[in-house]
Ligand binder design. Structure first.
Ligand SMILES: C[S@@+](CC[C@H](N)C(=O)[O-])C[C@H]1O[C@@H](n2cnc3c(N)ncnc32)[C@H](O)[C@@H]1O
Length: 366
């Protein structure tokens, strides 16, 4: 199996992302018409690989270096099979619940022993936070919400963020009620490289990042709070309130539940690196690459990008995000892809997972 640069640097023993913090609504639109094709997805918590089933592909090959992240997808597969949609939301933590231990046990029926052992060892966390709330990234948001946010804003201010209002009023709300000096102080502390590295992301992930994370977050909060309507943003709701409100991520919506459930057998889970998939000689019609390029040095990125092109069918789309480090098609191979700029611009405006600085859609030329 091919190794991957980041695999040697970060610790993958625990769940880092218990839910997907990348917007599947923009991902699925970016991938375009994939009916009958082969798609490849980075797993992370599995939600976006599941969302890709709505595109009616022949299969979705799911890869991840982390067994803990693959276990998140396996749990969802069991939950889709054995739970109703409202029960699924309770298990994941989108809704309050007193039944999570039982829902967890039902979801594990028929799954492999390692997955069952892994999740049974996490039962008390599932009961407390929901299966979508117990990763390292979610813990970071939880500490922010429970220990720090109350020092800065009253509950009424937090609740008012999610009352739908016109754009001009959202702007006034942000400037006059939300962006106080206490808030700015909190942002600078909590999103310092030191704190983020210790609590949310592995320090290795900052090796290639320019600029201050806090400045970046302030810009993206404006996008989420003013350009978009917070009332429609499940990600912001979870960060500020610890559950979802009416708005849900694509995979968790009632409207998609039965369709995804009926196509679960089209998932092909391959624990291991994306680089391992591209070395098999198979060709894919579309790739969800999450923000993995950001974890690579520019040289390794160029190498991996080139190998993905070898594994792409003509017309395949490469879809990925950048959080802070800029990554786009390497100049040496620019002539082999078309950047779908208009589509990118349209989708960036809609992207509800607001903390990314760039969203890229590149299409392999015929
Ligand atoms: C890049 S991280 C980003 C997570 C994300 N922003 C989210 O909201 O879930 C997603 C996953 O990519 C996996 N990963 C990173 N580099 C990889 C690679 N080269 N091959 C396969 N998986 C990789 C990590 O294990 C992690 O589970």
């Amino acid at each position: 199996m091919q190794s991957s640069e980041i695999a040697t640097k970060a610790d993958f023993d625990h769940i880092r992302y218990a839910q997907l913090w990348e917007d599947a609504d923009v991902l699925t639109q970016a991938l375009g018409d994939c009916a009958g094709g082969t798609l490849v997805s980075i797993c992370s918590a599995g939600d976006n690989a599941l969302a890709m089933l709505t595109l009616d592909p022949q299969k979705v090959v799911v890869v991840d270096l982390s067994p803990a992240q693959i276990a998140c997808l396996n749990l969802r597969i069991g939950a889709f099979r054995h739970l109703t949609h409202p029960e699924f939301l309770e298990l994941m933590g989108a809704r309050p619940s007193t039944l999570r231990a039982e829902l967890l046990n039902r979801s594990l029926q028929g799954l492999d022993q390692d997955t069952c052992d892994f999740w049974q060892s996490l039962e008390s966390d599932v009961v407390q936070f929901g299966a979508g709330g117990l990763g390292k990234f979610e813990r970071y948001f939880r500490i922010f919400r429970t220990r720090l946010l109350p020092l800065v804003h009253r509950q009424k201010t937090i609740d008012d963020i999610f009352v739908s209002k016109p754009k001009a009023e959202r702007q006034t709300f942000l400037e006059t009620r939300f962006n106080t000096w206490r808030w700015r102080l909190l942002l600078n502390f909590f999103f310092s490289r030191f704190v983020m590295g210790r609590m949310g992301r592995d320090k290795a992930f900052f090796d290639h990042v320019d600029g201050s994370p806090a400045q970046h977050v302030a810009r993206r909060i404006r996008h989420a709070a003013v350009d978009c309507d917070p009332a429609e943003n499940p990600y912001l709701h979870w960060i500020m309130k610890g559950t979802h409100g009416d708005a849900l991520p694509m995979t968790w919506r009632a409207a998609n539940f039965d369709l995804i459930k009926s196509r679960l057998d089209r998932l092909e889970i391959r624990p291991g690196s994306l680089e391992a998939f591209v070395s098999t000689g198979e060709k894919a019609d579309g790739f969800n690459l999450s923000d993995i390029f950001e974890y690579m040095s520019p040289d390794i990125f160029a190498q991996v990008y080139g190998s993905i092109l070898q594994a792409s069918a003509p017309g395949a789309r490469l879809v990925y995000w950048n959080m802070m480090a800029p990554r786009r098609v390497p100049p040496a191979i620019m002539d082999r892809v078309t950047t779908l700029s208009e589509l990118e611009d349209r989708l960036k405006v809609q992207d509800k997972a607001f903390f990314y600085s760039d969203f890229v859609v590149e299409q392999v030329k015929d």
